[in-house]
Design a protein around this ligand. Structure first.
Ligand code: NI
Length: 140
């Protein structure tokens, strides 16, 4: 049986600009450079990130909506964008403190930030583009 049969997938796209570096403090500078290359640059580098938040569900017959996209946008702005836009992911973002600042870890962390507050439909996917050619998806 397909549990997702009949569901509609609704996505809100958001955008943020942020700095980060990929650096494992348990390794030497040489090993960090070997593994992460330019991304380990100690004085940071930045990206223009695109974030896609997808919620799945059955449309409410009274609204026709799986989730109110305006409310989803406001939630994502409050819990994620306001904390990360024009910030340093390694240093400034409370839900990334002590974590590797890769988009993989960022996607998991954003999922965990939003999940408790999605009360229409069901959180399905967090997708983050770091560059036009590089993205991750997390399905919980
Ligand atoms: Ni980067």
């Amino acid at each position: 049986m397909d549990d997702n049969k009949g569901l509609v997938y609704v996505t809100r796209k958001l955008h943020f600009s942020a700095a980060h570096k990929l650096y494992n403090p348990n390794w030497s500078d040489e090993k960090n450079t070997e593994v992460f290359g330019k991304c380990a640059n100690s004085n940071w580098h930045g990206h223009n990130f695109d974030l896609y938040v997808t919620v799945k569900g059955i449309p409410n017959p009274e609204t026709g909506f799986v989730i109110n996209l305006k409310k989803l946008k406001e939630l994502a702005e409050e819990k994620v964008i306001s904390k990360i836009d024009h910030r340093n992911i390694n240093l400034d973002v409370d839900f990334m403190v002590g974590k590797m600042a890769s988009i993989e870890i960022l996607a998991i962390s954003i999922w965990n930030e939003l999940l408790p507050f999605i009360n229409e439909g069901q959180l399905h996917c967090i997708k983050i583009y770091e560059t036009p050619r590089q993205y991750v998806e997390y399905f919980g």
